[in-house]
Design a protein around this ligand. Structure first.
Ligand SMILES: NC(=O)c1ccc[n+]([C@@H]2O[C@H](COP(=O)([O-])OP(=O)(O)OC[C@H]3O[C@@H](n4cnc5c(N)ncnc54)[C@H](OP(=O)(O)O)[C@@H]3O)[C@@H](O)[C@H]2O)c1
Length: 342
């Protein structure tokens, strides 16, 4: 039986998540081999300015240093520095493509092309980029099945908190009837600060200063990020076939200090809740401060209602480079297990 000790990886995107993953692979190299017999090898990397390719495996320490010094991995001493991902897929003998470029909800590019080309080329895919899943979850899973490859996306919802794995695997055999979640840490941080007396504008400015807000703030404030996560949950956990336009979405721009005050008087808090219960809705809603879902700061939380086991709430950090990198590692091990099983 094959043991697949070496997994050859093409990594698209070398920002916070891509670099965290490289650091994680460096620090866990011995442990991964000792415990799982796994040797991940990154053979191609791509950022917005260029690429680095080495079919025998890139030196991750050097890659991180080059990125830090030059702002791009293009200057890495490499066979070629301008190889497009499409050409990497056809020319490198790779097993997995990891998609970690920026999310966009207009056309999901460049991630969409990376993912579809990789699957058509016989590579399994791990994506932390929510854009392609938000716009085309049903067709991407069909494409994976058609091409006999695996598509994994643990890091897209909850960062390192295994929300998707929990619902899919730990509640296996159960029927989840509905769920409600706080799925965006940035808006939760802003609403928490508003509860503590700040105006929306000053809470947003504070979140920006702390680096919590996406470059395009609309992704957080207008709830596109939370809606994308709701699409992923609805498809993966509830078996729906939905995309972004199916979500009834309202952001937090119009939440006033008056709204917050009224909620506080009733021992409630205003939270941006993504819910799947007959309809798919994301919007600000009052919930009791005693509800386990009522977490503060940048935390995420989700409550699943299931037929026989009742209500269960998972709480955890929803984002962060290392947390998300650790979810990629979980997916890599899962894909490796899938390859062994076949
Ligand atoms: N950070 C988190 O905690 C977290 C958690 C869960 C999911 N995610 C998702 O993971 C993905 C990566 O997040 P991140 O925090 O690492 O973002 P980031 O730091 O902004 O990195 C994005 C990377 O994508 C590259 N890129 C952007 N547009 C590109 C293009 N058109 N062509 C080629 N490369 C392009 C960037 O290149 P340059 O380096 O040249 O700019 C950069 O390397 C995003 O989709 C995000 O939503 C992030």
């Amino acid at each position: 039986m094959k043991s697949f000790p070496v997994l050859r990886i093409i990594l698209c995107g070398f920002g916070v998540v891509g670099q965290s993953l490289s650091k994680l692979l460096l620090s866990r190299a011995e442990d991964l081999y000792a415990r799982y017999g796994l040797k991940p090898r990154i053979v191609g990397v791509y950022d917005s300015k260029g690429s680095a390719v080495d079919s025998s495996g890139l030196d991750l320490n050097q890659l991180l240093q080059v990125k830090k010094k030059n702002g791009t991995i293009k200057k890495y001493r490499t066979e070629k520095s301008n190889v497009k991902v499409i050409d990497m897929i056809s020319s490198l003998d790779a097993d997995v493509l990891i998609e970690a470029t920026s999310s966009n909800y207009k056309d999901a590019e460049p991630g969409m092309s990376h993912i579809t080309e990789a699957m058509k080329g016989g590579l399994s895919v791990i994506t932390v980029n929510k854009g392609p899943l938000a716009l085309a979850f049903p067709s991407l899973t069909e494409l994976a099945t058609y091409n006999h490859v695996m598509l994994r996306f643990s890091g897209t919802v909850g960062g390192g908190t295994p929300i998707l794995d929990y619902a899919k695997n730990s509640l296996q055999g159960e029927r989840i009837t509905s769920f409600d979640g706080i799925l965006n840490g940035t808006t939760n941080y802003i609403l928490t600060n508003m509860t503590n007396g700040m105006t929306f504008e000053s809470a947003l400015a504070d979140a920006r200063k702390k680096g919590y807000v996406e470059a395009d703030e609309s992704l957080d404030i207008d709830a596109l990020d939370a809606a994308a996560k709701l699409v992923i949950l609805a498809n993966w956990i509830m078996g729906m076939k939905v995309t972004m336009p199916d979500i009834n979405r309202t952001g937090i721009r119009d939440v006033t200090t008056e709204d917050i005050k009224h909620a506080t008087e009733k021992k409630c808090a205003v939270k941006l809740i993504a819910s799947c219960n007959r309809e798919l809705v994301v919007g600000p809603r009052e919930i009791s401060v005693n509800d386990p879902l009522c977490v503060n700061g940048t935390l995420n939380a989700i409550t699943f209602n299931s037929e026989h086991s009742g209500q269960q709430t998972i709480i955890g950090k929803g984002a962060g480079g290392m947390e998300t990198a650790s979810s990629i590692l979980r997916d890599l091990l899962d894909i490796r297990q899938g390859m062994l099983n076949h």
